[in-house]
Write a protein that binds this ligand. Structure first.
Ligand SMILES: Nc1ncnc2c1ncn2[C@@H]1O[C@H](COP(=O)(O)OP(=O)(O)OP(=O)(O)O)[C@@H](O)[C@H]1O
Length: 280
């Protein structure tokens, strides 16, 4: 039987009167690559921010490897404002910080590149590796134990080798071509040894050749590291090529899910993207 890695249940994320994510449920099994797509403002990044502990959801729960890691229900100001369903279903408050989520084994990248631009490729990955071990930015930067440090350096070299980045390990991040900077961002996420990787628009700003290289790169890391991947992406070639399944959000609501074939022929999806339905 397929092994569930991530189960998001009835997630609502409401900012005052704006319902950014509206009763969203999603499942990902071990080893799958799942894409989360939808027009601008559909709620995709907000969903990522809930899974990674940036926002406590207004209502709903998140399970990782069968364990409930996030739960919340409308309280305080939201008690009056909340218009969603499942009221009273979620009773406890579990609000891990992003740092705790990383330690559980979920890593992410961001829409905009967030590298230490003036540090080398090697240093960028090493700092991410330190964060995994210490969860403290101070000791992550000014490391303490020489033996542990040597071990981590070795692990980083191995990771760079696998990812084809060892030949540029001493280059400053800012000097890398754009596509490689994106690979480096993923390398940093992998340094935290995740089981689940969330990629937020990894192909943003890429040309077709860079996008093709990224497609191969993502396929490679899935098999090398036995990863499960959830990816937000607007490049439909990449999404259709690499995804096992796709979820589609529009105005915060799930409007479709299925295989790439099912989703691209779904009239609701066509309507959400083009503003016209085939059967209109
Ligand atoms: N912190 C916030 N406060 C208030 N509203 C927010 C906040 N974050 C997101 N929103 C709103 O929630 C909605 C969903 O935004 P979100 O960024 O999740 O969409 P998205 O699908 O990721 O869009 P894009 O593809 O453009 O990145 C938008 O209307 C946005 O303005």
């Amino acid at each position: 039987m397929a092994e569930n890695v991530l189960h998001i249940e009835n997630i609502v994320m409401q900012f005052g009167g704006v319902v950014a994510v509206n009763d969203f449920t999603l499942d990902i099994n071990k080893g799958e690559i799942v894409a989360l797509i939808g027009p601008n403002g559909a709620g995709k990044t907000t969903a990522f921010n809930v899974i990674t502990g940036v926002y406590a959801p207004t209502n709903g729960a998140v399970y990782f490897n069968g364990k409930r890691i996030i739960e919340n229900h409308p309280h305080g100001k939201m008690k009056k404002l909340y218009k969603g369903g499942n009221l009273g279903k979620y009773k406890s408050v579990i609000e891990p910080t992003p740092d705790k989520i990383t330690h559980l084994g979920i890593a992410r990248t961001f829409q905009n590149i967030r590298l230490f631009k003036n540090m080398t490729v090697f240093e960028n990955v090493l700092i991410a590796k330190h964060l995994k071990r210490t969860s403290n930015i101070f000791s992550a930067t000014f490391r303490l134990n020489a033996k542990e440090e040597a071990r981590q350096r070795k692990e980083v070299m191995k990771l760079l080798d696998i990812l084809g980045l060892s030949s540029v390990k001493d280059e400053k991040a800012t000097n890398l071509p754009y596509g490689k900077q994106r690979h480096l961002e993923i390398a940093r996420a992998l340094a935290t040894e995740p089981k689940l990787l969330l990629l937020d628009e990894p192909a943003a700003g890429m040309n077709p050749q860079e996008t093709e290289e990224l497609t191969a790169f993502i396929g490679k890391i899935r098999s090398e590291f036995g990863l499960t991947i959830l990816m937000i992406e607007h490049h439909m070639d990449l999404v259709m090529d690499i995804s096992d399944r796709i979820y589609v959000l529009d105005f915060g609501k799930l409007i479709a899910q299925g295989t790439p074939d099912e989703v691209q022929n779904n009239p609701k999806v066509i309507e959400a993207y083009l503003g016209v339905s085939d059967d209109a």
